[in-house]
Design a protein around this ligand. Structure first.
Ligand code: 6PG
Length: 253
C-alpha cells in the first residue's frame, strides 16, 4: 500500500528551505549508516535555490558528501553550459560548493545533449542507471521491480507537471522504460529527458517542494480533488510522499 500524501505548510520560503535541508541531511545520515552511500535525485526549477542551506553550517561540515550519488529526475537536452541546463543550475548553485566526487554525479550525456538528440540521451541515461544497478549503487526494489533511489527532490509547475511529465502528454503512461523523452515540452525548452512515473514512485522518500502563488490552483486541485489529470497527483513513494508548501502555494486550500 503506497504511503498517504503528507503536506506541511511553512510560513516562509526560508523556513521551507531549512526544513528541506534538515530532511535531506537526516536521510543522508540514515542511508550512509545503513549502506554506506546515499542516492539523491534532483530536479530543476527553483529547487536548487532552496538547497542553499545544505552548503552552510551545520550541514556543510556534517554531511558525508563523498558518499553521495547524484542524479536528475529530468534534464533539458542542451549543452551543459546552456542556461537552460539543470546540470548547470545544480552545479553552480550547489554541487560546486560541496565535495561530492565528480564520478558520483550522473549528468545527461554532454555531447548528445549538445547535439539535441533527446531519444538517444534518454537511452544512454537509462543504460547509465542499469550499469549502476550492476555496480550495486542502485538496488532494484523487490516491491516495485524498478530502480530504488533513496531521496528525490521534486518541484511542480503551475500546470501540475512534475519532472518532465506534463498534462495531456503520453510520457506519464510509459511503464517499460526507466527514462523517456519529450520534444514538445509546454515548459521551454521543448526537448527533455525524464524519469518515468514508475521510477519516480519507486523512490523511497519523495519530497515535493512548492512555493509561490502560480502553482496554488494545481495544489488545490490535487490536495482537495486528487485531480489525476495533473501528473503531480500521481506522485507516490515506497516510504514517504511529503509535500512542503509555502503559504502562497497553499493559498487556495
Ligand atoms: O526541468 C524542469 O523544468 C523541472 O524539473 C521542473 O519539473 C520543475 O521542477 C518544475 O517546473 C517546477 O519548477 P519551479 O520550481 O521553477 O516552479
Amino acid at each position: 500500500m503506497a504511503p498517504q500524501r503528507k503536506m506541511i505548510v511553512f510560513p516562509t520560503k526560508n523556513e521551507l528551505s531549512e526544513a528541506m535541508a534538515e530532511y535531506t541531511a537526516n536521510l543522508s545520515a540514515k542511508f550512509i549508516k545503513e549502506k554506506g552511500l546515499f542516492t539523491v535525485v534532483l530536479s530543476g526549477g527553483d529547487q536548487i535555490d532552496w538547497l542553499c542551506k545544505l552548503v552552510q553550517p551545520p550541514y556543510i561540515d556534517s554531511i558525508e558528501w563523498s558518499k553521495w550519488h547524484v542524479f536528475w529526475v529530468d534534464e533539458r537536452v542542451c549543452a551543459w553550459e546552456d542556461p537552460d541546463s539543470n546540470y548547470k543550475l545544480a552545479m553552480e548553485g550547489f554541487l560546486s560548493k560541496v565535495p561530492i566526487p565528480d564520478k558520483n554525479i550522473y549528468a545527461i550525456d554532454k555531447h548528445l545533449a549538445a547535439d539535441g538528440n533527446a531519444e538517444h540521451c534518454a537511452t544512454l541515461y537509462e543504460e547509465c542507471l542499469k550499469n549502476l544497478v550492476k555496480e550495486k549503487i542502485i538496488p532494484i526494489s523487490k516491491k516495485t521491480g524498478y530502480p530504488e533511489f533513496d531521496l528525490q527532490l521534486l518541484g511542480m509547475g503551475p500546470d501540475g507537471h512534475m519532472a518532465s511529465l506534463f498534462p495531456n502528454h503520453p510520457q506519464i503512461n510509459e511503464k517499460q522504460k526507466w527514462v523517456t523523452y519529450i520534444t514538445d515540452s509546454p515548459k521551454p525548452p521543448p526537448k527533455r529527458i525524464t524519469f518515468t512515473l514508475p521510477v519516480i514512485n519507486s523512490t523511497l522518500y519523495n519530497l515535493m517542494a512548492i512555493c509561490d502563488k502560480a502553482p496554488a490552483k494545481s495544489v488545490a486541485e490535487i490536495m482537495k480533488h486528487n485531480n489525476l489529470s495533473l501528473p503531480s497527483a500521481h506522485l507516490s513513494a515506497q516510504v514517504e510522499n511529503v509535500w512542503y508548501l509555502d503559504q502562497a502555494a497553499a493559498s487556495e486550500l
